[in-house]
Design a binder for this molecule. Structure first.
Ligand code: ADE
Length: 238
């Protein structure tokens, strides 16, 4: 493990104080302390040139909200080269998937632009060939929480962040299915509803092939029920 191989992340934002936020805790926080990834935030407002420190303007053609100015963003981005892979968080982007998280975890440098207001001028995105990424079909008040969620998914995949290298193999989405359910002791637990719930027998039996078969069946059943979209894809691969 060398610092050279660490992932370097630059965040371009009007709210740098939001970072590292929850990424400073737990797994990603420890990884940050260990130097397995590094974070630099850039305050976009520092690149405004007028007395009012203007970062946005009204949309051409009219309509609600404000649009972040391309000239300001260009100054911020060109002062922080090289950008590496340049990402813009937006609900208009391609979906963040586990596959994409793995791909991004291979990079040395990620630069992430977080928009506020209605978004950023399209010409800036074109000129910098931005990769537009969406974390889900809902609209957040800005790109910052989206960037943090994407980074969380990436950081836990970096080498040496999670001790056991095999840990990811059986996780949800890794094999195209949702993960099977987990149980621990006690072997029988009585819940607040007074119902006695035993751990499924097969998990207490110690027969590894039977356990693997049961888990696979559970994964398939839960995927079929909850995520018919994933299930269709999984069946097509067979
Ligand atoms: N900014 C606002 N909503 C977003 C979303 N769902 N994904 C990525 N960036 C966003």
């Amino acid at each position: 493990m060398t610092i050279q191989s660490a992932l370097r992340v630059k965040i371009f934002t009007l709210f740098p104080e939001m970072f590292p936020g929850f990424l400073g805790q737990s797994l990603s926080g420890k990884a940050l302390e260990k130097g397995l990834w590094a974070l630099e935030t850039v305050q976009l407002r520092d690149f405004a040139t007028d007395n009012h420190k203007t970062v946005d303007d009204t949309p051409c053609g009219g309509g609600a909200g404000m649009v972040m100015k391309p000239d300001l963003l260009d100054r911020a981005l060109s002062a922080h080269q090289p950008l590496g892979r340049f990402i813009y968080m937006t609900p208009r982007g391609k979906p963040l998937t586990q596959k994409l998280a793995h791909e991004l975890a291979q990079e040395q440098n990620l630069s992430i632009l977080c928009g506020r207001y209605e978004g950023v001028d399209q010409r800036l995105l074109e000129a910098y060939d931005a990769e537009e990424i969406c974390i889900g079909d809902y609209v957040l008040s800005g790109g910052e929480p989206a960037a943090m969620i994407m980074l969380d998914a990436i950081i836990r995949l970096l080498p040496d962040v999670i001790g056991n290298a095999g840990t990811h193999d059986e996780e949800s989405f890794e094999n195209g299915l949702l993960e099977y359910p987990h149980y621990t002791r006690p072997a029988v637990w009585t819940g607040p509803d007074g119902v006695e719930r035993p751990v499924p027998d097969v998990l207490m039996g110690g027969h590894h092939a039977n356990i693997a078969k049961w888990r696979q069946e559970q994964s398939e059943a839960i995927t079929k029920e909850r995520r018919p979209d994933l299930w269709d894809k999984f069946k097509k691969k067979d």
